[in-house]
Design a protein around this ligand. Sequence first.
Ligand code: TYD
Ligand code: MG
Length: 482
Amino acid sequence: KEKVRTSYVCENCGHTEGQWWGYCRSCKFAGTMKKFSETGGGNGDKVSGIVASENMVKSWLPQQAAEVNPVSLAEVNRDVNHLEWRIPLPGPFGDEVARVLGGGLVPGSLVLVGGDPGVGKSTLMLQLAAIITEGQGHGKQAPVIYVSGEESVQQIGNRADRMGIGTEDLYLYSSSEIEDIMGKIQNLSPRALIIDSIQTVYLNGVVGSPGGLTQVKECTSALLRFAKKTDIPVLLIGHVTKSGEIAGPRVLEHIVDVVLYVEGEKSSSHRLLRPVKNRFGSTDELGVFEMSQSGLQAVSNPSEIFLSEQHLESDVLAGLAVTVVMDGSRSFLIEIQALCVAGSSASKRHATGIQSSRAEMIIAVLMKQAGLALQENSIFLNVLRGAELTETAGDLAVAVAICSSFLECPVPNYVAFLGEIGLGGELRTVSRIEKRVNTVAKLGYQMCIVPKSAEKALASFGFEGMKIVGCKNLKEVINTVF
Ligand code: TYD
Ligand code: MG
């Protein structure tokens, strides 16, 4: 007989419940609890997944030497060398990854690297594996092991050849059984272990199929214990899919030490490496890479690429403005495009990716409070590359894009806009504004227009020399920009 386990997992934060709730009891989001069912192994016995895997993991993991008891704060042995030592990642690529990790790879850490299929996670990890072997210096050579459940060793070898990786200390292994993997690598005592991907590995004796909620969680917990007991860092790849993200990285964010996301557009060769959780460093870092014929290359000066990509367009095109939206704890740059066409008797409004009622309100405020004669204009609004603007934080960028098109005057490509617009044309501050401002600063923007009320607090952060300009209302913004 088949046993079906049902759990409810929050799509937003990964919180798990045994029963359905209308809102998530952890992050308080409404309607995010999604049902998740798995069929069990069918033997119907009482062995829960957790107990079974514990025993198995114990069989091949080094046993704890002594019992551990609570220690008084004064007696804690602060071995600074051990705490601060990081595995070196040499070269420009290594520097960029090390910065995102908070200064290097911490021994015994469990790092999850998530991203859409095809974005370049395997490429990144293979390169990182090679870099770790290079950083060992003389004497203590130890291999790095790249385990793939998705590709054969020949496929990975071919990829390594294309990328010009030729180190002898990189070991490739194609397997998807955790116990087998652990058994094989034990004798090699590697410097780091890479698993591609968490969705393909499984533990024997744990219910569910690979990629299922229980397997993914149990395998990750087993790897966490492995990392902590051996001090070997483990890097996991996790796919994020639009539909099935429930068993993906979101659920694992609580278990692992570090969560990095690889982001990028199919149409562009640039890739961002963004920490969304880091027990060893800040989540405000951002790594910028370019995908080339020979893998990922660190981009040392992101302002050049991001601004030049836009440059061609915004130099000649009026009606473009940039803002930052948040998705959970992640921030994204989005571009808003507006087109005002004068002279039509029936003025039309058309918005894609922006709520039309919000767009109507912003247009009304521009006419009434900023004196723009938009009455006779048809106005088209579009969020570029199919993104969606759901936050009022983008109001100001929408207004500026409309002004720019109406005045036929391009917005300088180094300026970003943040702020909610009130009915009186006044600018209001938005949630997590420092995080958003930080993102545009990291990407090389030179000026950010923010609500006056937020200016003071923001100015104290510095933001790598980016100019913060506070404006009280839309009129002030228009006078500043055009
Ligand atoms: P991959 O790392 O396989 O993605 P993931 O593991 O996230 O699914 O990368 C896939 C894409 O990267 C693929 O379309 C080819 C491209 N690519 C390059 O452009 N240059 C390279 O050197 C490599 C190895 C891949
Ligand atoms: Mg891959």
